[in-house]
Ligand binder design. Sequence first.
Ligand SMILES: Cc1cc2nc3c(=O)[nH]c(=O)nc-3n(C[C@H](O)[C@H](O)[C@H](O)COP(=O)(O)OP(=O)(O)OC[C@H]3O[C@@H](n4cnc5c(N)ncnc54)[C@H](O)[C@@H]3O)c2cc1C
Length: 468
Amino acid sequence: MAPVAAQPRLTPAATEMALAALKQLLGDRLTTAQAVRDQHGRDESWNPPFPPDAVAFPHSTEEVSEIVKICAAHGLPIIPYGAGTSLEGHVTALQGGISIDLMQMNKVLQVNAEDLDVVCQPGVTRKQLNEYLRDTGLFFPIDPGANASIGGMVSTRASGTNAVRYGTMRENVLALTVVMADGRIIRTSKRAKKSAAGYDLTRLFTGSEGTLGIITEITLKLYGIPEAMSSAICSFATLEGAVNTVIQTIQAGIPVARIELLDDVQVDAINRYSKLDMPVQNLLMLEFHGTEAAVAEQAEMVQSIASDHGGNNFQWTTKPEERARLWQARHDAAYASKALRKGCEVWATDVCVPISRLAECILETKEDVVKTGLTAPLVGHVGDGNFHLAIVLDRNNPAEIETIEAFNERLVHRALRMDGTCTGEHGIGRGKMKYLTAEHGEAVAVMRAIKKALDPDNLMNPGKIFSI
Ligand SMILES: Cc1cc2nc3c(=O)[nH]c(=O)nc-3n(C[C@H](O)[C@H](O)[C@H](O)COP(=O)(O)OP(=O)(O)OC[C@H]3O[C@@H](n4cnc5c(N)ncnc54)[C@H](O)[C@@H]3O)c2cc1C
């Protein structure tokens, strides 16, 4: 990626005026401290950081609205910020402006157990939400590897290991409160499970990456904690055998809750990082939810499919501590990859294809990894046709960056050729902007028209998803 210089929207004097007005509103909850700005100008990817001019810490929807009104009056760009765990340069302040950190708006406002839903503020993290729900017998299943904020997860349309059974954020957000680019406050829907009333604004904001408005309240679906849960692992000598097991399991309609693929390079990295001793082969990690009998039946069915495809060492457990250890290791896969080369970073990329094309896409990609000579563990939420590569890179080596850039481009075009998408869950941010037209064609013009109608001055997270 060619280095891009930050291009501040406002002159230093105009920025000073806007910040003075914000300071009057927020006092100490507006800071220009360099360390805080630096932290808010980067995500967890290798993407070059761009710090904002200041960081604001609002406490209410009304306060967010007041902040936005001041920014709109001065033309100061606004970058909403959650836990900062996104992976495509989403939170970088390319044109300066303020980062609105929503992590102090972190209350669970209402649990409607009998309706299976919850209303919360955007700074609640996914782990915090499930801790809060612990005694209710309910849980929220979407689990990106990092402990992301619910506001960030809505904004990137995140998913995770449970999406194969419970869907992504797209299927699990019922309603949003949003502060628009002019400071208006809207609510996109009521709590009803379905509605045919007008345009579906909930879905429009879900995945909008902070470019259309700031989400300040979220209503989510909840699920009953299953009576029984079991986890399993199964090793395969070939990647093909592992992927074909996944495809056949999904096509047979077995309601797996999780089905994750890790190639041998990823298993080796996890063994070292999480002090495990799994066989260094391609691996499927699975989870089954249901009654005791259903869980046992599902495990048996998958074991039988796996053995037809060369699966060996099928082991399963219902012990909560063993399950937790296994899934924590899976969630730490990116950190395990990073630890493979000292002082290096990870270029995390993800694509998603229809399940029938998954084997073809993964096998071609693996061949490309080997030919290109990359250290690139492969891991994926393969039940959805989604897989990731955590390509280890030295940020200071331009030749390496160029090689990875070209590899990523081949990967994306391979997925598009197979009727897939350039990102199943990480989003576009800044890193994947150049692929959007290849994927959506004329539909990008419609997206731009929506952006221009809702944010005519391009204040909300400018330079992300597409340029204006
Ligand atoms: C180790 C690791 C594993 C990961 N695994 C997964 C995975 O399995 N699945 C997955 O989907 N992702 C995964 N991710 C990526 C990341 O966790 C998700 O993209 C997550 O949804 C980002 O949430 P966040 O709170 O960190 O948001 P941030 O990074 O703070 O922000 C992300 C985007 O949302 C916008 N935003 C944030 N809050 C708001 C708000 N309240 N209103 C409007 N816009 C807002 C920001 O402007 C930005 O564009 C992983 C990341 C890491 C580091």
